[in-house]
Design a protein around this ligand. Structure first.
Ligand code: ZN
Length: 285
C-alpha cells in the first residue's frame, strides 16, 4: 500500500549530520492529473518534485523555492515550486516530440538548472548551474559543490507502485559548525543512504527505513510534516497581472473573444474576465 505524503526530519546527533526523508506520490499524481505529459517528462517532474520538497524543508524561514530546468531541447521548461508548508505545484512546457526513452539531455538539450529561493520577507536569491550531468541528481550535486553551501546530498527515487506513479527521496546535510573529520562520517552515511530502493521509500514506515539503513547509528526522528499538491494561483493574482497589460491589447482581445481567459499553467484552472469585470478591477486600483 502506498503511504500518505509526509516529510520526516531526522538527526545523527553524534555526527552533526541531519537528514530528511519524503514520500510525495499522492502530490505527484495530483500534479500530473492536470496535464498530459510524455512519460520521461512525468519522471523528470517527479524527480524535481522530490528535490524541491527536500530543499524547501531546509529553509529556516517562511518562503518558497522554485527549481527549474530550461534549455533548447523539446522540453523548454520543467519547473516545481514549493513552500515551507510543503505545498507543491509544477508544470512543463514542451515544444516538439519527446521519445519514450529520452534522457535528461535528450529532453532539455543545452540548458541549465535555476534554483530560486524567495523568502516571504527579504531578498530572493538565485543559483544557476549548467546542465552537465546525465541525471538531475548529478546536476544537484554540481550545484551544491559550486555554491558555498553546507555539504548536501540528495537521493531521488521515482517509479511505479501498485500501478501508480510514485516518488520519494532523502537528503543528508552536514550541520553548520560540524567538527573536523566529520567528512568521513558524512561519506559513510552517504554510502548507506545510497542503497535506499524506491519500493522501500514508497511503502515502508519511516522507522523501518531508518532501521534498515542505519542500524548501527543513533537516529533522532522528529514529528512529520504533511506534503500536498496546492496551487497558489487566485483570481486576485490574475487581476493584478491584468492591470499591467496595456489597454489597447485588452480591448483587442475583448473585441475578438468577448472575454479574457487566463489559464493557470500549474493547475489548469481558468479565470475568466469580461469587460465589466475588467472595468471594476481598473476602478478599484
Ligand atoms: Zn493554479
Amino acid at each position: 500500500m502506498t503511504k500518505h505524503d509526509q516529510l520526516h526530519r531526522f538527526l545523527f546527533e553524534s555526527h552533526s549530520v541531519r537528514g530528511e526523508l519524503v514520500s510525495v506520490s499522492e502530490t505527484y499524481q495530483r500534479m500530473l492529473e492536470n496535464h498530459n505529459f510524455p512519460q520521461p517528462v512525468q519522471q523528470l517532474l517527479g524527480e524535481l518534485l522530490v528535490a524541491t520538497s527536500l530543499l524547501t524543508a531546509t529553509l529556516k524561514f517562511n518562503g518558497d523555492i522554485t527549481v527549474q530546468i530550461q534549455g533548447d531541447g523539446p522540453v523548454k521548461l520543467a519547473v516545481i515550486n514549493g513552500n515551507n508548508q510543503q505545498q507543491m505545484r509544477g508544470t512543463a512546457r514542451i515544444d516538439g516530440g519527446v521519445d519514450a526513452a529520452a534522457g535528461l539531455r535528450d529532453m532539455i538539450g543545452n540548458g541549465y538548472m535555476v534554483i530560486t529561493v524567495t523568502p516571504d520577507e527579504g531578498e530572493r536569491y538565485q543559483g544557476v548551474v549548467a546542465l552537465e550531468g546525465e541525471t538531475l541528481s548529478e546536476c544537484l550535486d554540481a550545484y551544491f559543490k559550486q555554491s558555498e553551501q553546507l555539504p548536501t546530498r540528495l537521493f531521488i527515487r521515482t517509479g511505479m507502485q501498485d500501478g501508480k506513479m510514485a516518488a520519494g527521496g532523502m537528503l543528508l546535510q552536514i550541520l553548520p559548525g560540524a567538527q573536523e573529520g566529520s567528512d568521513n562520517m558524512f561519506d559513510h552515511l552517504v554510502q548507506l543512504t545510497a542503497t535506499i530502493k524506491g519500493e522501500e521509500l514508497f511503502t515502508l514506515d519511516v522507522k523501518e527505513i531508518l532501521r534498515r539503513l542505519y542500524h548501527e547509528e543513533n537516529v533522532t526522528l522528529y514529528e512529520p510534516q504533511c506534503v500536498e499538491f496546492r496551487c497558489s494561483c487566485s483570481r486576485q493574482r490574475c487581476a493584478d497581472t491584468l492591470v499591467t497589460i496595456p489597454d489597447a491589447d485588452i480591448q483587442e482581445i475583448l473585441q475578438q473573444d468577448g472575454k479574457i481567459d487566463m489559464e493557470c499553467e500549474f493547475c489548469g484552472v481558468h479565470y475568466i474576465f469580461d469587460e465589466n469585470a475588467i472595468n471594476e478591477i481598473k476602478a478599484s486600483k
